[in-house]
Design a protein around this ligand. Structure first.
Ligand code: XMP
Length: 521
């Protein structure tokens, strides 16, 4: 297992991905989150220091815990990670200011090339001396003096120390980012580090993760009862199936029906879990409560707050019915828990955290079971497959906790929900029948609070307009609109207008994220 210490780079998560793709188990911890004791206890075969937005030349900028360099395990520093390693081991890093020294200061952003100048075990079988490699750079600072024992493996025009090594202590540093796809052999370089330098066997798979997790859950939970909230989405479903594998009938699921789900969704969830998996399930139809409380409300944040608070209230009531449960299982994923570390120029560190609808109310008495905390969405899907779940189910698009409420800007009514459900069903039917579902991250219809004039047959219509949305994304953080053929869009528009009373105009949203968001609210 490998420990990744995070200095706040945008792409730290990609390091973990590359390692898992290479069959290596790893965990990402914020650089300052763990005591030396916890790091020793984790027993890493190697440590990777991520990039980050700070400058090591600034007072109070982050440093790796000293034990990292004292444990005798291999260390691989990337960008900021390289620079802090150099600094901490007695070398030098400088910021270059183009304004004062009249050059570009050695700053490099984007594609660059490095020349391999020395052989090292870490490039064994991958790069030979005099090879020229494409890499991705993003740095303003650079190493200007190596610590004792280090030599240069590769250099670029802007970074004479683009790739450095102390082969004896097995410390390596790169100025470029091997974890991004723009460094074509970066994944292989990380594999050389984990396999050849750290001695990882590379036999970690989703099946091993499943078995490890089942054992861990049994140990954590013992004979106690566990409650799991189902949302109908992939994450909570995989959590429930995993728990059921681990502890069988000690698990009870709760499904709160908010009345804000898509067509037939509630019935599908209930029959899957009750009938197919035979998991005890409380199906709480709270749609009246949600829709009554939402009546007349159009401010997006107020809607979210009402839904969040009502969800917790209903969920809490249901848990009381289960009685003596000690644990609550949640399908929290790595991107939900990552505490993005931000540096405000000084020593202070601000931790932002992501809160989700259905989060734990303060003072709730449960202990948490969160078996997916270290995984990314696509890995959760792979785990679902490893658990024998149907591929169509695990490949479902993400669906937001507040449901259709945030896809109806303005006031929510039963009538609007019905109109939206019909249009959404047609849109997704067409996407599936054209074989496009898996190429899209999320696709949905937004019912606009706008009525427009139309003509159907010989009559005038005055009905709602809707917007179709479809985006590609890898993590929901950034997104591009999906480039449908015009003929596809035309077909969907015609079907919606012909088949859904209440809609007489269809538009396609071509906003990317940023500057837009995926949802409209
Ligand atoms: P945005 O609209 O911010 O959405 O670009 C990014 C991703 O998050 C989903 N989303 C939510 N999921 N509770 C959720 O569980 C929410 O309140 C929420 N808001 C947005 C959205 O569907 C997309 O996948």
């Amino acid at each position: 297992r490998i420990l990744i210490l995070d200095f706040g780079s945008q792409v730290t998560q990609l390091i973990a991905r590359r390692l898992r793709e290479n069959g290596v188990y790893c965990e990402i911890w914020p650089f300052n989150a763990a005591s030396d004791e916890r790091i020793y206890d984790f027993g890493p075969k190697g440590i990777i220091l991520s990039g980050g937005p700070a400058s090591v030349t600034d007072a109070g900028s982050p440093r790796a815990p000293d034990c990292v360099f004292a444990m005798g395990v291999p260390v691989f520093g990337i960008c900021y990670g390289q620079q802090t390693m150099v600094e901490q081991l007695g070398g030098k890093v400088e910021s270059h200011h183009a304004e004062t020294d009249g050059t570009d200061g050695g700053r490099e952003f984007g594609r660059a090339h490095i020349d391999i100048v020395t052989a090292s075990p870490i490039t064994d079988g991958l790069w030979t001396v005099s090879a020229k490699e494409q890499v991705w750079m993003s740095h303003g600072d650079r190493v200007t003096k190596l610590p004792a024992g280090f030599s240069v493996i590769g250099q670029s025009s802007g970074a004479p120390y683009a790739f450095i090594a102390n082969d004896e202590r097995r410390f390596y540093g790169v100025q470029f980012h091997p974890e991004v796809v723009h460094t074509p052999h970066g994944g292989q370089l990380l594999k050389n580090f984990t396999h050849k330098i750290c001695g990882c066997s590379g036999d970690w798979t989703m099946e091993s993760f499943r078995d490890e997790m089942i054992a861990k859950i049994r140990k954590q939970v013992g004979k106690e009862r566990v409650i799991c909230g189902l949302s109908g989405g992939v994450d909570s479903s995989v959590t429930a199936v995993l728990l059921h594998e681990a502890i069988g009938d000690q698990l009870t699921c709760i499904y709160v029906d908010t009345g804000l789900m898509r067509a037939n969704e509630s019935q599908q969830v209930v029959s899957l879990f009750r009938e197919h998996y035979n998991i005890p399930l409380i199906h709480e139809d709270a749609s009246d409560l949600f829709l009554t409380r939402l009546a007349g409300v159009s401010d997006p944040e107020t809607k979210r707050k009402i839904i969040g608070a009502s969800f917790i209230e209903v969920f809490d009531n249901c848990t009381a019915r289960v009685g003596d449960a000690a644990f609550l299982a949640q399908g929290t994923l790595y991107p939900d828990v990552i505490e993005s570390v931000s540096f405000t120029g000084g020593p202070s560190v601000t931790i932002k955290s992501h809160h989700n609808v259905g989060g734990l109310p303060e003072g709730m008495k449960f202990k948490l079971v969160e078996p997916l905390r270290e995984l990314f969405k696509d890995e959760v899907r792979a785990l679902g497959i490893a658990l024998g779940m149907h591929p169509d189910f695990v490949k479902r698009h993400p669906f937001p906790g507040p449901g259709l409420a945030i896809r109806i800007p303005g006031e929510i009514t039963r009538e609007k929900l019905d109109i939206l459900r019909k249009a959404d069903t047609i849109y997704l039917e067409e996407i599936r029948s054209h074989g496009l579902y898996d190429a899209i991250w999320q696709a949905f219809v937004v019912l606009l609070p706008v009525r427009t004039v139309g003509v159907m047959g010989d009559g005038r219509t005055y009905d709602y307009a809707c917007a179709l949305r479809a985006v590609t994304s890898t993590d929901g953080m950034t997104a591009d609109y999906f480039p449908f053929d015009h003929s596809f869009l035309g077909k969907v528009a015609t079907r919606i207008i012909n088949e859904v009373p209440g809609i007489n105009r269809v538009t396609y949203d071509i906003t990317s994220k940023p500057p837009g968001t995926i949802e409209w609210e």
